[in-house]
Design a binder for this molecule. Structure first.
Ligand code: THU
Length: 127
């Protein structure tokens, strides 16, 4: 993994205890690298009406956009699983809409995977 991404993975890992995963127990945290060099984190926030649950990736993206951030270069996603967890379909679409050039780094406790958004969402829907 490019060492440039190490602080991003560490920022996501530091946010992991904040995840609100009371129904699934599946904690996820994400960290976005913005073009000004800042890092914005997000966590999954689960809802008792399950469809209202917000994934960590979208939580980070909404938070960053709300702070006026743009030009997202990379997003790290950290879970407690051994292997990496890549973004779900809805998150892939929102990332494609707002961070199409971002590199996606998914880190489990034992392995890391890296992909571009174009690889994760080929033939993407656009308006
Ligand atoms: N989750 C994420 O935070 N990101 C993903 O890309 C996939 C799923 C969360 C949603 C829910 O809180 C839990 O993981 C189980 O689906």
């Amino acid at each position: 993994m490019n060492p440039e991404y190490q602080p991003l993975v560490e920022a996501a890992r530091a946010a992991l205890p904040l995840a609100q995963a009371r129904y699934s127990g599946f904690r996820v945290a994400a960290a976005l690298l913005c073009d000004d060099g800042t890092i914005v984190t997000g966590i999954n926030v689960e809802c008792s009406s399950y469809g209202g649950t917000i994934c960590a990736e979208r939580s980070a993206l909404v938070r960053a956009l709300s702070q006026g951030k743009s030009g997202f270069r990379a997003i790290a996603i950290v879970t407690e699983t051994e292997g990496p967890t890549m973004p779900c379909g809805i998150c892939r679409q929102l990332l494609h809409d707002y961070a199409p050039g971002a590199t996606v780094i998914a880190a489990g406790s034992n392995a890391t995977a890296i992909a571009t958004l174009r690889e994760l969402l080929p033939h993407a829907f656009t308006l």
